[in-house]
Design a binder for this molecule. Structure first.
Ligand SMILES: *[C@@H]1O[C@H](CO)[C@@H](O)[C@H](O)[C@H]1NC(C)=O
Ligand SMILES: *[C@@H]1O[C@H](CO)[C@@H](O)[C@H](O)[C@H]1NC(C)=O
Ligand SMILES: *[C@@H]1O[C@H](CO)[C@@H](O)[C@H](O)[C@H]1NC(C)=O
Ligand SMILES: *[C@@H]1O[C@H](CO)[C@@H](O)[C@H](O)[C@H]1NC(C)=O
Length: 428
């Protein structure tokens, strides 16, 4: 069994960054932290080998601690689903679970492959296998105990070694039985390759678990794919608002300066659309952007509309406005109890907020947590069914453009109740 724990030497770093301290809101609380992920099989004399011998090519056999960068976190009923996209060889499992009850300490909790190691492992010759998961960025859990995610099917290895192992596919796993209940291959008419699919949001009917839709952004092709569970089909929307904004592509994170062109990246199902009892507002944004867009879910769920093209639905997408300087965001999520939208703000190491009952202006956007050392690159943000906010920060730009210091804490998982997080801020 490939349990693999994680390792870290914790250094308390003297914090004297020029932080904007938020006085009354309760900041997010640290739940878990790692310096580097590590194979649990360190008792072995050889390098941290996780796979059984000869199951995969040699470089896949060797656990690559630095390559195992955790990216997404979703909490559901005591379990954290943590993803590690395959951007380097030597990643035993792209989808993992942490059992909170069995990991009481904040340091180095154990990641178990989910639903098991076999489903997560690559075939020796990299041939396609619809029973396996190749690479996952982020997940979502719905109110019907189902875990949704897109397997990009793509190995993003550097140096021209990247390859599409199989078609990207939407998965739905029933968490009560740990079994896949739907796997839908995204057809080539939707998208040629899966590597631009970083995220997913699920919109389930209040009464009927069978009536569910997945909203799947594609930052590369700037499209939004919609999958209907009942329909068993996928359709797509295209819009200028899904593009990056040229003036907001410049990032400066922990000393790394870079330019990104990432389009539509996150989708969040909000409250009622205008005064309609049945329609919900769906919020979305590009990553290299500070704008927020809103559309009714009635539009997104209408396949006929999608097929008619942007001439038919273009005006249904509303540009709400700009959130404010340096508010470029990876994931965002809506908390129905407080009516607040929370943003993981990657260009200022912060978690931002906006109360959807207030006007959409920069002044009505607040900060619930900002930390230039410990919150570097909040890569994912989710809200669970208890109204708790979950965030993972992973220092991704340093990992890409420089080198992580392997003895410092690099990856952190955070939690706070949404109502406590906004107390005392403009979002309360
Ligand atoms: C650790 O490695 C040994 C020797 O290769 C192997 O027998 C054992 O199953 C491994 N344990 C785990 C937890 O992977
Ligand atoms: C499902 O998986 C979780 C996490 O690995 C485990 O704790 C639980 O017992 C499993 N449930 C069933 C019904 O197998
Ligand atoms: C879907 O959109 C088409 C085209 O605008 C419209 O005729 C139809 O009534 C819509 N269906 C629903 C269920 O709203
Ligand atoms: C890594 O971090 C540790 C602890 O902060 C520090 O002592 C060490 O000098 C750092 N190493 C490098 C190469 O910066």
């Amino acid at each position: 069994m490939a349990k693999w724990a994680v390792f870290g030497i914790i250094f308390l770093i003297g914090l004297f960054s020029e932080e904007l301290r938020i006085t009354s809101a309760e900041k997010l609380q640290l739940v878990y932290q790692w310096s580097q992920l590590k194979s649990s099989n360190s008792s072995e004399a050889s390098q941290n080998v996780v796979f059984t011998a000869n199951s995969v090519p040699a470089d896949e056999d060797t656990f690559n601690a630095y390559g195992n960068l955790p990216m997404g976190v979703t909490h559901h009923k005591g379990f954290l689903y943590v993803t590690i996209p395959r951007r380097r060889p030597g990643i035993p499992a792209t989808l993992n679970v942490i059992d909170l009850a069995r990991n009481p300490s904040a340091n180095n909790p154990t990641l178990d492959p989910y639903p098991n190691l076999l489903v997560n492992s690559l075939r020796r010759d990299f041939t396609a296998d619809p029973k396996r998961i190749i690479s996952v960025y982020r997940t979502q859990v719905d109110r019907c105990d189902r875990l949704w995610f897109v397997d990009t099917g793509y190995l993003e290895y550097p140096g021209g070694a990247g390859r599409q192992v199989q078609r990207p596919a939407l998965w739905v796993i029933d968490l009560t039985i740990n079994r896949s209940v739907r796997r839908f291959e995204i057809p080539p008419e939707m998208v040629e390759f899966g590597y631009g699919i970083p995220n997913i949001e699920v919109d389930v009917d209040d009464r009927d678990c069978g009536r569910a839709y997945a909203y799947i952004p594609d930052y590369e092709w700037r499209r939004l794919y919609v999958y209907g569970l009942t329909e068993g089909r996928m359709w797509r929307f295209e819009h200028n608002y899904f593009s990056f904004e040229p003036r907001y592509g410049d990032f400066n994170v922990a000393g790394q300066q870079f330019t990104w062109y990432d389009g539509i990246f996150s989708v969040a199902v909000g409250g009622r659309w205008e005064n309609s009892a049945a329609e919900r507002t769906v919020y979305l944004h590009a990553m290299a952007s500070v704008s927020e867009i809103a559309v009714s879910n009635r539009i997104l769920q209408n396949e006929t509309m999608a097929q008619l093209g942007s001439g038919a639905y273009g005006r249904a997408f509303h540009h709400l406005g700009a959130r404010g300087p340096n508010t470029q965001s990876s994931s965002h999520a809506y908390d129905p109890r407080t009516g607040v939208l929370f943003y993981a703000e990657i260009n200022r190491n912060a978690i931002g907020c906006w109360n959807t009952h207030k006007q959409f202006t920069p002044e009505n956007h607040g900060i619930v947590h900002l930390d230039n050392e410990e919150m570097i690159y909040p890569a994912d943000l989710r809200i669970d069914s208890d109204g708790d906010l979950w965030v993972i920060s992973n220092r991704l730009p340093i990992w890409i453009y420089s080198q992580l210091n392997r003895t410092e804490v690099n990856y952190r998982i955070w939690r706070q109740s949404a109502s406590r997080a906004v107390a005392g801020t403009v979002c309360a």
